[in-house]
Design a binder for this molecule. Sequence first.
Ligand SMILES: NC(=O)c1ccc[n+]([C@@H]2O[C@H](COP(=O)([O-])OP(=O)(O)OC[C@H]3O[C@@H](n4cnc5c(N)ncnc54)[C@H](O)[C@@H]3O)[C@@H](O)[C@H]2O)c1
Length: 327
Amino acid sequence: MNILVTGGAGYIGSIVTEELIRQGDSVVVFDNLYYGHRAAVHPKAAFVQGDLANQADVKAIFDGHAIEAVMHFASYTLPGESMELPFKYVGENVTNGLNLLQEAVEHGVRRFILSSTANLFDDPERMPIDEEERIVPGSPYGESKYMLERILYWLDHIYDFRYAALRYFNASGASPTGERGEDHTPEYHLIPLTLQVALGQREKVTIFGDDYPTRDGTCVRDYIHVVDLAQAHILALRALDQGSRTYNLGNGQGFTVKEVIETCREVTGHPIPAEIGDRRPGDPATLIASSDKIRRELGWEPKYPELRTIVEHAWAWHRSHPDGYGD
Ligand SMILES: NC(=O)c1ccc[n+]([C@@H]2O[C@H](COP(=O)([O-])OP(=O)(O)OC[C@H]3O[C@@H](n4cnc5c(N)ncnc54)[C@H](O)[C@@H]3O)[C@@H](O)[C@H]2O)c1
């Protein structure tokens, strides 16, 4: 298939592109490079620099390439920032998504994968969180993804527009080829922040609270290897002809903050100093997504569920690219 990957110069989109190309698909990457990196784009992918906010840019991709399916990653992505900038998040994430959807519909494209988020579940009643959990977006960021999910629902109803919405927490690790990994500025994710200490780029890592009701007092979170995530997106795409679908995605187990830091110490051989800070407001003790439905329906099976492998791949990337893509 010829697949448009928006945000394909970013962390997840670039690795999904790598996987698609490895599996024989053609990819057109569309990215404004505000947060992404030209060097992250696979050399066999076509690259179009443009902004989803600009309808003419979006139209030009569909006019110029025979797109058969869309994978949509381009977005503002930080729940915390969205609490300070709600208009940017709800406004632009939704409007940009609408621009994309409108051009897709008008150009006869009927297959769409939305990179959604587990930030839809701010107050879960069950853990792990499955697809039956009630939706309570945790931030304007989560709300913007939920709005896009609802729009997709109506497009399916009206145009037989087939979509999959995939909701997940922390994408982590790097491509096992060592060519692509995480390079966010600013960085908010625990594994890269901890590895930056091992690289000498940070003095220490802060643990926000160690008095939670968990096995070691620190928060339990779900980390899913970015290649397993890529495979889930690709499986969902291949299944779209049988109907639209929504999946939660997690790697089946959670890891505490202390376990993540300890694994980073083992993998890097660096002592990685850590300090205990205050709890952050709104941080639940445990957040884990259930993947039972996607396993059952699509046979998805994470290839890299072990925290150690996730950290090893991330470390291989960060050690060989201490300045990320260098731009
Ligand atoms: N990283 C995670 O742990 C995680 C977890 C759940 C969901 N997600 C979702 O996955 C997607 C990708 O996340 P990521 O971590 O790879 O983010 P990222 O910032 O690395 O990648 C996003 C890419 O989109 C591009 N982009 C943003 N706005 C654009 C616009 N208006 N026009 C064109 N390009 C634009 C950026 O330049 C960047 O390359 C996002 O939609 C995010 O909400 C990420």
